[in-house]
Write a protein that binds this ligand. Structure first.
Ligand code: MSP
Length: 546
């Protein structure tokens, strides 16, 4: 159950976010997904959140901000601030909201930090030393909002408009190029899983798109931008030995994944287990990044996972379109329903796979009531109430091993399914499995009717004890599996039921039904407060909190 492979260091990253504006729900979505995966991995290994970085084994979650973008300079100027004042302010806003949302990142990197800048220069020098960099002429369409060059054919398809709807601009300049074309075969082998130990790109729809685009033909890619009198062109890391060029923001940004762990204490985290991101930036991660890593002789990431987008009225939600769920709205939701409720909704209903998803208030309330208030919340409170009423709040004395038969029959492949779901980054499936335990407990109660049996305790006492023991023990296991998504409420339940699991014990042991860490007869369970108050479906969405 607990293969040694699962104890390998686990390194998970989010994109680093642009600091030209504040965070919105899309950024929070990605970071919450990465957090949930990191928490599942820690759970499997029996590691506490907040383990000191550098401890053996381990899980490392990296997030941060991407700062050397032209639009950071121009927006700061519009606001009457220096570029770094504006970058500091927005970077702090990303960090703060991720903390508020209980994201357990181990490091928050900023590309303006010296530790990153020094490494980027080293990496570019290494590429130069390999003969993979040359100075050439470039002319192309450019999407200023995305900080990305757009090839002619694609520009035509988009009617010469960028993703934000603003016209593409024509750029003609001298650039340093990276010999991407040298590494196409290596990249293709990695994507299709033919490379050494590689898993490549998921979901499949994204993998196929990337492969199809590679087949259209690749050119070498610019990795620098010329510096002019325009201050927007002066913000960035200088090209080694050529102060007239700065490193292209995308190349600078990709290197964050490496620079953050390229130290003696952290180097064991390389290669990344998974880079998580939105589908719009998959090209950089699935083609350019692995090519650069191959050139540098570094092992390639095991998985590049690109989820889809949150939309509003079918349009991508974005800062530039001004249609996003902003920080104020996020805080309105967490204020009314709790941080855990928002995390649950995003992870179970979000655009994890190949299709986009709308953020819908009606759906939010429906899922909140079904899964949380009427789901785990109500299930735990019913069972605690019955244990209180029939057994004085104490887990009844039963033949625990015999009770395990129900669990085995209903739930036994749970942990191997979880391992599979985590490997493929199918967090929705991992969470659905946890939820299904609660559904089965509800079904078991409906079928066994302990409340009816209890009318004659003299005759049925042992049967009631058996049913409630099974329910309580199954809730304990469900709570372990739900904790990565709804940590605060599960910790509340653990306190009430007096069953906080010991640190350092892997899931395979903790989750053994009636095993060494199971609930024992005589264990005291309190009723406690409701985990989730039911929400009124007719209630209007919460008002944004300024
Ligand atoms: N700075 C680059 C990434 C560099 S990574 C080496 C960037 N930043 S961004 O601020 O635009 O953030 C983009 C990421 O935010 C997406 O890839 C995705 O993870 C998340 N999302 C932004 N909008 C989103 C939605 N509408 N829906 C879901 N996720 C979204 O690109």
């Amino acid at each position: 159950m607990h293969s040694p492979e699962r104890r390998d260091p686990y390194f998970i990253t989010t994109p680093i976010y642009y600091v030209n504006d504040r965070p919105h729900i899309g950024h929070c979505y990605t970071t919450i997904l990465a957090d949930v995966a990191a928490r599942f991995e820690r759970l499997v290994r029996g590691e506490a959140v907040g383990r000191p970085a550098g401890a053996p084994g381990g899980v490392f979650l990296l997030t941060g901000t991407d700062e050397h973008a032209e639009k950071v300079v121009t927006t700061a100027a519009e606001k009457g601030l220096t570029t770094m004042q504006w970058a500091d302010r927005n970077s702090a806003a990303f960090k703060a909201v991720f903390e508020e949302l209980n994201c357990s990142f181990d490091d928050f990197i900023r590309t303006t930090q010296d530790r990153h800048k020094a490494k980027v220069t080293e990496y570019i020098r290494a590429l130069q030393a390999k003969g993979d960099v040359y100075l050439g002429d470039y002319e192309s369409w450019y999407d200023v909002n995305d900080e990305a060059y757009v090839p002619e054919a694609r520009a035509k398809e988009q009617n010469f408009l960028g993703s934000s709807g603003k016209p593409l601009v024509r750029r003609k300049e001298k650039n340093y190029f990276f010999k991407l074309t040298r590494y196409v075969e290596a990249v293709k082998a990695w994507i299709t899983g033919a490379g050494a130990g590689a898993a490549g790109v998921e979901p499949e729809a994204r993998r196929n798109e990337v492969l199809a685009r590679i087949e259209e033909g690749l050119d070498d890619v610019p990795i620098s931008r010329p510096i002019t009198d325009d201050p927007a062109t002066q913000f960035g890391i200088r090209m080694p030995d050529d102060p007239t060029h700065r490193i292209y923001v995308w190349i600078d940004a990709l290197f964050n994944y490496l620079s953050a762990v390229d130290t003696p204490e952290r180097s064991r985290f390389w290669p990344p287990s998974v880079h998580v991101m939105g589908k719009e930036i998959i090209w950089f991660h699935a083609v350019i990044w692995p090519a650069i890593l191959t050139a540098l002789g570094r092992p390639l990431p095991r998985l590049v996972y690109a989820h889809s987008h949150y939309t509003r009225d079918g349009k991508k939600m974005s800062k530039s379109l001004g249609n996003s769920i902003d920080l104020e709205t996020i805080r309105a939701y967490t204020g009314r329903y709790g941080v855990d409720a928002l995390r649950w909704y995003l992870v179970t209903q979000g655009p994890l796979h190949a299709t986009d998803a709308d953020f819908s208030h009606a759906k939010f309330v429906e899922v909140y009531n079904a899964d949380l208030a009427n789901g785990i919340g109500n299930c735990a409170s019913r069972v605690a109430n019955m244990i209180e009423k029939y057994f004085g709040g104490v887990v009844p004395d039963v033949d625990a091993a015999a009770c395990g038969a129900w669990w085995e029959a209903e739930n036994s492949p749970l942990l191997s399914d979880l391992a599979r779901d985590l490997r493929g980054f199918d967090l929705a499936a991992a969470v659905a499995a946890a939820k299904s335990v609660v559904t089965k407990i509800d079904g078991f109660i409906a079928e066994q009717r302990p409340f009816t049996l209890a009318k004659d305790m003299a005759t049925n006492g042992a049967a009631v004890a058996r049913v409630l023991f099974i329910c309580a023990e199954a809730i304990r296991i469900a709570s372990l599996l739900m904790r990565p998504v709804i940590p605060t409420r599960i910790e509340q339940l653990w306190k009430t039921w007096n069953m906080t699991p010991p640190a350092g014990v892997p899931l395979a042991e903790l989750a053994q039904f009636a095993g060494p860490h199971g609930l024992k007869p005589g264990h005291r369970i309190a009723k406690g407060e409701a985990l989730f108050m039911r929400a009124d479906p007719a209630e209007a969405p919460p008002t944004p909190v300024a």
